[in-house]
Ligand binder design. Structure first.
Ligand SMILES: [Zn+2]
Ligand SMILES: [Zn+2]
Length: 221
């Protein structure tokens, strides 16, 4: 059985997740810790539960999701894993951080490329990878079919969807990712997004105004 811990870090209120299981192994997803206090919060949780961080996964490499990559790398000797299309996004981090006036310790480069069809393994846990571009060109979501949960990054939020007006964003890809991948998952799948509260596929199918609009568009085609 996995345990999912969520931390809300940095000025963008980004959700960082630690997924662990009974073996004590864990993975860190989108570390956004940007101050010593936030770094301490993450390290304290891992220390208190005697967890062994084994992988550092970036759903995508927008600045709010990578601010803590250098810390996680130094603290636990991990290098980031992300989709190949996120290389330019990661490399633009320094300039973006400067533009926002954010203190940013540069992330190590992507050490392992993630692709749909690959399986993330740690401890006794496996997670499927879904390629869901649109908000960002190499955005990945992590899905656990038996335990019915999804880490949706910045693709799908409670009552909203990811921005598609950023450099590297693509609206058609985002709609395709949401409608043809995420909305095809069972309704009871719990969704842990990159910002805001958790939700479920059924909840978003029923109540999310963007998804209602995309579904209507599809029918008129
Ligand atoms: Zn993003
Ligand atoms: Zn974000």
């Amino acid at each position: 059985m996995t345990r999912i811990a969520a931390f809300t870090f940095n000025g963008f209120e980004e959700n960082t997740y630690v997924i662990s299981d009974e073996s004590g192994a864990c993975i860190i997803i989108d570390p956004g810790c940007s101050t010593p206090a936030e770094e301490q919060e993450l390290a304290s949780y891992i220390g208190a539960h005697r967890l062994r961080p084994e992988r550092l996964i970036n759903t995508h490499c927008h600045i709010d999701h990578i601010l803590g990559n250098a810390f996680v790398s130094e603290e636990w000797g991990l290098a980031p894993e992300a989709h190949r299309n996120e290389i330019p996004v990661l490399e633009s981090g320094e300039a973006i951080a400067r533009a926002y006036g954010l203190p940013y310790r540069v992330s190590p480069p992507i050490a392992r490329f993630l692709e749909e069809g690959q399986i993330i393994r740690f401890g006794n846990t496996t997670l499927d990878l879904l390629f869901v571009p649109g908000h960002s060109p190499g955005h990945m979501a992590l899905y656990q079919a038996d335990e019915k949960f999804l880490l949706s990054g910045d693709v799908l939020f409670y009552g909203s969807i990811g921005r598609y007006d950023l450099p590297g964003s693509n609206f058609e890809d985002l709609v395709d990712s949401i409608m043809n991948k995420l909305m095809q998952l069972p309704g009871e799948v719990k969704v842990y997004p990159g910002h805001g509260p958790s939700t479920s596929i059924a909840q978003e199918k029923e109540k999310n105004p963007y998804i209602a609009e995309f579904a209507a568009l599809k029918q008129t085609k």
